[in-house]
Design a protein around this ligand. Structure first.
Ligand code: SF4
Length: 177
């Protein structure tokens, strides 16, 4: 008992009697797997959108959907700071050289998601002004069906992309291959 009549309680945590302290100690890991793990949870998408699908892409970043749960919330305004290009919308002939230039300026290794029917295959616009799939310009890693796809579909694509990113080792992938 204390001087004022209250009971003193010892809050020092009891040490385990088996000698284990709970500290991490030594961890063995494959360097390539560690780099892949780091890359997949730190994707930096380019701040880029083309048409109506871009509205869904923007919505994915809002609090209701919260793309940051997948480690991909830091949209970069410069391709030199981005490693993920989400092509969200129809690709016109006029935009083709712009997309190719942006893609060429991105970090290595980089990744591409074709978001929506238009970016994947031209969508309903089967005409001379629209390129029938952005994969005719740049390599695509994941396609997202829908017109437009909901934010959840984009998240699913990101998780599939993360699986792909994890499998690539150090220096294994060169953009455009
Ligand atoms: S897929 Fe549909 S929603 Fe997306 S850009 Fe094309 S027309 Fe618009």
């Amino acid at each position: 008992m204390g001087l004022n009549g209250t009971q003193e309680i010892n809050i020092t945590p009891a040490l385990p009697t088996d000698g284990k302290t709970g500290e991490m100690g030594m961890v063995m890991a494959n360097l390539s797997e560690l780099v892949g793990w780091g890359r997949k949870y730190s994707l930096h998408p380019l701040l880029f959108g083309l048409a109506c699908c871009a509205i869904e892409q923007i919505t994915a970043g809002m609090s209701r959907f919260d793309i940051s749960r997948f480690g991909s919330e830091v949209f970069r305004a410069s391709p030199r700071q981005a490693d993920l290009l989400i092509v969200s919308g129809r690709v016109s002939n006029k935009m083709a050289p712009v997309i190719q230039r942006l893609h060429a300026q991105m970090l290595e290794p980089n990744w591409v998601i074709a978001m929506g029917d238009c970016a994947s295959v031209g969508g309903p616009f089967n005409n001379y002004a629209i390129i029938q799939g952005v994969d005719k310009l740049i390599p695509v890693d994941v396609y997202v069906p829908g017109c437009p796809p909901r934010p959840e579909a984009l998240f699913y694509a990101i998780t599939r992309l993360q699986e792909k990113v994890q499998k690539f080792g150090i220096g294994e992938r060169v953009s455009g291959s």
